[in-house]
Ligand binder design. Structure first.
Ligand SMILES: O=C[C@H](O)[C@H](O)[C@H](O)COP(=O)(O)O
Length: 230
């Protein structure tokens, strides 16, 4: 319950940043769910915004909450994107992709002038890596790609859902990779991205501008040194 309260409070605090006329990126997951609910309430009260979604699941939720959204190719930039994370360290490095939406999330975040993360307190860590790193790979030859990933020093687990191989919205696969403690997330991301077959990694470095977090009672707001784009 406290964790749910934490998700809700953090998400609602971030939604306060949204102003009339903004273009908004909507993330994916159980924390963003509360942001979508809060945005829906504000829209019912007259807020006018345009949104871009990071997953089919979020498109469905946005529709259910009366939130207008368009295809990402219709957005030049976004004023803000609000998203969850699986782990956040004190340097604003993130692991994302627990819900499988990492590629679309990174694409949407890359368009946002301000990328805002919402998490309950349990997601804050000293060092990334307890949560297995999700890596999206092309389905074709995925076992070869997994071997190349493993050679960088991890155990790889092909993600399944309901006993079948999980496919992302982009029809790719996900390997959840146990690297242990990740001391240099940006460097690891670059190494992984250089491998044939890797579509995207769940490491988000130098991207987040704000982190709203909550233990279910109070809300904390961390602001990175990286100023939002003008
Ligand atoms: O692919 C999913 C996303 O990266 C989520 O934002 C992340 O997994 C956190 O999800 P939740 O808020 O459900 O813990």
């Amino acid at each position: 319950m406290t964790q749910q309260n934490g998700k809700k409070l953090a998400a609602e605090a971030a939604v306060e940043l949204i102003e009339n006329g903004m273009w908004v990126g909507l993330g994916t997951g159980s924390t963003v769910y509360y942001a979508i609910e809060a945005i829906g309430r504000r829209i019912a009260e007259g807020l006018k915004i345009q949104c871009v979604c990071t997953s089919r699941e979020t498109e469905k939720l946005a529709g259910e909450h009366g939130i207008p959204f368009v295809d990402i190719n219709r957005a030049e930039t976004l004023d803000i994107a609000i998203d969850g994370a699986d782990e956040v360290d004190d340097h604003f490095n993130l692991i994302k992709g627990g819900g499988g939406a990492l590629f679309r999330e990174k694409m949407v975040a890359s368009l946002a002038r301000r990328f805002v993360i919402v998490v309950d307190a349990s997601k804050r860590v000293q060092t990334l890596g307890k949560f297995k790193l999700p890596i999206e790979v092309a389905a074709f030859g995925h076992e070869h790609t997994a071997r190349r990933i493993a050679a960088l020093g991890c155990k790889t687990y092909l993600r399944h859902k309901d006993s079948v191989v999980y496919q992302t919205d982009n029809h790719n696969y996900i390997y959840d990779c146990d690297f242990g403690a990740i001391q240099q997330p940006a460097a690891l991301h670059e190494q992984l991205k250089s491998l044939l077959g890797v579509v995207e990694t769940g490491l988000f470095c130098n991207m987040a501008n704000d982190v709203f977090w909550s233990d279910g009672e109070q809300v904390g707001h961390l602001v990175s040194d990286m100023a939002p784009l003008p």
